[in-house]
Design a protein around this ligand. Structure first.
Ligand code: ATP
Ligand code: MG
Length: 145
């Protein structure tokens, strides 16, 4: 599954993303610095009307958001592994607990600890197409694009 979007259309693409999510919970966001990983993850959260934010990017690798769907409260962990050195450090920071919690996990810089991710991780690739345009590719575990 592939999309091209600008900041003007990011909400529409974020909505398409949620439609494609199905039962998947762990998403590894690949892409260079400034590609737009954080911006897209924020769009994903905004669309769900996230009601609370726990944690600060300055002090922690994990931001926790939550949103209500019907009677169910859903959590989203937004994790940025940029600052971790290796898998060991990621485990010490409690990242494994998030990844195996059953909650939504959106992880930037998954390359820092690739072995931490379960087989049913969805890999997301974001890249700059040109100024303001970004490409997003979703790679589901079965290999469907
Ligand atoms: N279509 C777009 N989608 C997302 N970001 C865009 C788009 N067009 C322009 N931008 C800009 O590109 C920048 C993306 O920054 P962002 O912090 O999201 O990148 P990142 O991939 O999370 O980088 P890092 O690896 O440093 O965390 C922002 O300044 C944003 O305004
Ligand atoms: Mg980022």
């Amino acid at each position: 599954m592939e999309f091209v979007f600008s900041l003007d259309t990011i909400r529409q693409i974020a909505a398409e993303f949620w439609k494609a999510v199905g039962a998947y919970r762990v998403f590894a966001f690949h892409g260079e610095m400034g590609a737009g990983k954080t911006t897209f993850i924020h769009a994903l959260c905004d669309i769900k009307g996230v009601s609370s934010v726990v944690g600060s990017p300055t002090f922690s690798l994990v931001n926790e958001y939550s949103f209500q769907s019907g009677l169910i409260q859903n959590d989203i962990y937004h994790i940025d592994l940029y600052r971790v050195k290796d898998e060991e450090e990621a485990i010490q920071a409690g990242i494994e607990d998030c990844i195996y919690s059953g909650s939504y996990c959106f992880v930037e810089w998954p390359e820092k600890a690739p072995d931490l991710f379960p087989d049913d991780t969805v890999h997301v690739y974001i890249s700059a197409v040109d100024a303001g345009m970004r490409g997003l590719k979703l790679l589901f575990p079965e290999g469907n694009l």
